[in-house]
Design a protein around this ligand. Structure first.
Ligand code: GLY
Length: 386
């Protein structure tokens, strides 16, 4: 197996430091539009180039490409690895167009955005997390405060909000107009026998429907609301320094339309996020319940401890998910009961800088900043997407 190469050449430490210094010194991040790349996806069992990488590195779910650049830039400025990834994840939390995380995240069944996040700091083996946090758009930053300023690992609901406000975070409405419209469309499509009317139940208007000046098209008046399917997006980000110090972070708005108070895997240490400074880090995105019942992130790190490569460790954890979650018939694909009807992705980063990712189905990708460039790379997978 040859080490993975990027458009800028090999992963040598000297190149890492020089590009790093240039980027950090200028306060700039690399031009991702130029460096983003994809290659052929890898099937289960086929060696993955990331398994050979050595040195400082940051990986993320595919929506976290910008997070990896920000994190590596801050690492070059001497920040703690936990701060680097939390500030990277903050970019995704702030983005109203990512409807799986932070501001603009899809709400619960009551139309209220509830956020989960966790941070784990390898050098101290300390974690911090918040769950079902309302009105605060950067739950990963609040989780880092739990880690640094409390004797606790996880604070939830009202307590998490109170803690965040005490820490100086500003309360704000996290529901964007787009997320509100998606929620209304989902609610109206739930049933034909409740008081919410869907498109089939409504009569066509006899003329134009009034739009408030400056309102977005579709606000209140839409006759074409398409329900958004259940959605489990999340951002995970892990980093390892050139000294082998590791930190990991996962942040999410959780399963869309969830029962209020539902907590996914993202704030559960060992499920959607785990890190051991002697071994590596792992995280998950996708159906959180499946990462919880298989202790996905912890499982991957333990497999790496036994010498399994990051990519294989992710694939073995995927196999464990398939084995356990198919015991429930509702999770079996009706057309092929050997396959699950949900998706889950795992990401792994080893202490020496090796990395990998795997998904249930083909077509998955993840983000990596190898010290020189940030790019999107294909994930290994268990099943060919039909
Ligand atoms: N993986 C995110 C969630 O299930 O909440």
């Amino acid at each position: 197996m040859k080490p993975m190469k990027t458009s800028n050449g090999s992963f040598g430490r000297r190149k890492f430091i020089s590009s790093f210094t240039a980027v950090a010194g200028l306060g700039m991040t690399p031009d991702l539009s130029l460096s983003a790349q994809t290659t052929q996806p890898r099937k289960a069992g086929v060696a993955a180039p990331g398994d050979n990488h050595k040195g400082a590195c940051c990986i993320a779910s595919a929506n976290g490409l910008r997070a990896t650049s920000r994190a590596m830039g801050l690492l070059g400025q001497g920040y703690d690895p936990a701060d680097c990834i939390v500030q990277g994840v903050r970019i995704i939390e702030d983005d109203p167009n990512d409807n799986s995380v932070g501001y603009g995240g899809l709400p619960n069944e009551d139309g209220i955005v509830e956020l989960d996040a966790s941070v784990m700091h390898g050098p101290t083996h300390k974690s911090g997390a918040v769950a079902s946090l309302r009105n605060i758009k950067n739950p990963a930053m609040v989780a880092l405060e739990v880690l640094r300023r409390t004797n606790h690992c996880l604070i939830v609901g009202e307590g998490a909000l109170k803690f965040a406000v005490r820490m100086g975070f500003k309360e704000e409405n996290l529901l964007t107009e787009a997320s509100r419209r998606d929620w209304v469309a989902w609610r109206a499509s739930m049933s034909g026998i409740d008081d919410w009317l869907n498109d089939e139940q409504r009569d066509a208007p006899s003329g134009k429907i009034w739009q408030e000046p400056n309102s977005e098209p579709g606000k209140r008046a839409s006759v074409n609301l398409q329900p958004v399917p259940y959605h489990t997006g999340t951002v995970h980000c892990s980093i390892v320094t050139s000294q082998g110090d590791i930190s990991s972070c996962t942040s999410t708005s959780g399963l869309s339309w969830k029962i209020p108070g539902r907590v996914g895997d993202s704030p559960i240490i060992g499920a959607g996020n785990y890190c051991d400074n002697d071994i590596g880090a792992a995280g998950a995105t996708g159906r959180g319940e499946s990462a919880i019942v298989t202790c996905g992130a912890f499982d991957i790190v333990q497999r790496m401890a036994k010498g399994v490569s990051p990519t294989e460790a992710c694939l073995e954890a995927i196999d464990s998910v398939v084995k356990h979650c198919l015991k429930e018939k509702r999770h079996r694909d009706p057309k092929d009961p050997s396959r699950p009807d949900f998706d889950l992705k795992f990401y792994a980063l080893r202490k020496d800088g090796a990395f990998g990712g795997a998904t249930l189905f083909s077509g998955g990708t993840f983000a990596v900043h190898d010290g020189q460039t940030a790019s999107i790379v294909p994930a290994a997978y268990r099943f060919e997407k039909k």
